[in-house]
Design a protein around this ligand. Structure first.
Ligand code: NCD
Length: 346
C-alpha cells in the first residue's frame, strides 16, 4: 500500500536545545538531558492537573488542530495522542475510516498526503511502516512552509523498524517517576531487539540522558540482536552494554526489565519467526527470579510473550509490573510534548 520515500535522507533533525516550538519530532537524538527533564516535569504536572480536573488545561491548545495519519495499526499511541490533544483543548482530525480510505488508496505518496494534511492541521502525528518516514514528512512539510508560510510539525508515532521517540520518552519518564532517579540502574531490554522500534529509541534515549553508573543489558536470540547502528550510537555515548542470550545471567540484578513482543509482522521469513516465537516468555516463574525492587515494563500490545491469560492475571497483580503506569503516562507525556511543540508551554 505504501510507496517509496523520496527525500527522507535530506532532512536533518533539529536539536531541541531548550526550545520545542515548531520543531518536528522524528528521533530521540534531538533530545539533550535538560530537554528530557523539562518534559518529565511537564508530564508530571499534566498528570496532576488531569487528576485534579483542572479546567484551565483546555486553554493550552485551544484552537489548535492535530491530525493523525496512521499507516500501521495502533491503539495506545493513536488514542493517547488524541486524548492528549482533546484534554489540552485542541481538536483532532483524521480521514474517516483510517488511511485506507484516504487518497493513499488511490496511489498518493507520503510526500503529497502529508502536505495535504499539513494544510489543515498544526501538528501531524504519523505512524508509517518505512524507516525515516517521519523525516520524509518533515522534509515536505518544510517545503510546504516555504510555499504557504504555515508551520505544521510532524511528530513520529513510530517509523517501521526504526524509532518510536514518544514511546521512549514515556518509558524513561515512567522509570524516572518510579525509581526517583535514573542513576545507578541496571536496565535490561528483552526480546525482539532487532525489529522492535521502542527498544531502539529507549536504549538511545537512556544513553543520551547520561545517567551516572546506569548500564544496559540486552537479552535476545542471536538473530534478533540490537542492530549495529544502535550499538555504535551507544558506544559513541560511552554507556556500558552487556549482550547475552541468557536472561538468567542478568535478571537477578536488573532494576528495570523491559519486555518486548516478537514483531511477527516484520519477519521476512515465517520460518525464522517460528524458530524463536516461543523463546523469551516472561511468566510469574520468571519474575520469581527478579529482585523485589525490579520493575517489569512492556510497551504493549502483548501476546504469548507474557504467557497465558492466567499468567497475565498473575503478572498484572504483581506490584512490580508497571505497564499500566506506562500506558497512562503515555497520555501525559504526549500532552507535555504537544503543549511544548505547539508553543503553549515552554
Ligand atoms: C509498540 C510499537 O508500535 O512499536 N507499541 C506501542 O506503540 N505501544 C510495540 C509493539 O507493537 O510491539
Amino acid at each position: 500500500m505504501t510507496l517509496p520515500l523520496n527525500n527522507a535522507q535530506r532532512y536533518v533533525p533539529e536539536a531541541i536545545n531548550g526550545d520545542f516550538r515548531g520543531k518536528h519530532i522524528v528521533t530521540v537524538e534531538q533530545f539533550a538531558p535538560d530537554d528530557m527533564d523539562s518534559l518529565f516535569k511537564s508530564a508530571a504536572r499534566m498528570r496532576t492537573r488531569v487528576q485534579r480536573g483542572d479546567r484551565g488545561l483546555v486553554d493550552l491548545c485551544l484552537g489548535k488542530v492535530m491530525a493523525t495519519l496512521f499507516f500501521e495499526a495502533s491503539t495506545r499511541t493513536d488514542m493517547s495522542f488524541q486524548a492528549a490533544m482533546l484534554r489540552l483543548g485542541g481538536e483532532v482530525i483524521s480521514t474517516s475510516g483510517g488511511v485506507q480510505f484516504s487518497s493513499v488508496y488511490k496511489g498518493e505518496n507520503l510526500a503529497d498526503t502529508v502536505r495535504a494534511v499539513g494544510c489543515y492541521a498544526d501538528v501531524v502525528v504519523l505512524r508509517h511502516p518505512e524507516v525515516r518516514s517521519s523525516y520524509e514528512a518533515a522534509y515536505y512539510l518544510d517545503r510546504l512552509n516555504e510555499r504557504l508560510g504555515t508551520h505544521p510539525v510532524v511528530v513520529s508515532g513510530g517509523d517501521g523498524v526504526g524509532e518510536h521517540p514518544t514511546q521512549a520518552l514515556l518509558d524513561l519518564f515512567t522509570i524516572a517517576d518510579i525509581k526517583g532517579s535514573l542513576d545507578n540502574l541496571k536496565i535490561t531490554l528483552v526480546g525482539d531487539l532487532l525489529y522492535g522500534r521502542t527498544v531502539h529509541s529507549l536504549a538511545k534515549l537512556i544513553a543520551l540522558h547520561g545517567a551516572v553508573n546506569t548500564t544496559l543489558a540486552f537479552v535476545s536470540p542471536e538473530m534478533l540482536k540490537m542492530p549495529p547502528a544502535v550499538m555504535s550510537f551507544l558506544k559513541s555515548r560511552d554507556i556500558a552494554v552487556y549482550e547475552t542470550q541468557q536472561l538468567d545471567e542478568v535478571i537477578g540484578d536488573s532494576d528495570v526489565i523491559y519486555w518486548t513482543r516478537i514483531q511477527e509482522e516484520r519477519f521476512p521469513l515465517r520460518a525464522d519467526y517460528e524458530a524463536i516465537a516461543d523463546q523469551f516468555i516472561v511468566t510469574p516463574a520468571t519474575m520469581a527470579r527478579a529482585s523485589d525492587k525490579a520493575i517489569l515494563m512492556h510497551p504493549l500490545p502483548r501476546k504469548h510473550e507474557m504467557g497465558t491469560q492466567a499468567d497475565h492475571d498473575v503478572l498484572d497483580a504483581d506490584q512490580r509490573s508497571v505497564y499500566f503506569q506506562q500506558m497512562a503516562n503515555g497520555m501525559y507525556m504526549r500532552m507535555a510534548l504537544l503543549a511544548k511543540v505547539l508553543g503553549a508551554e515552554r
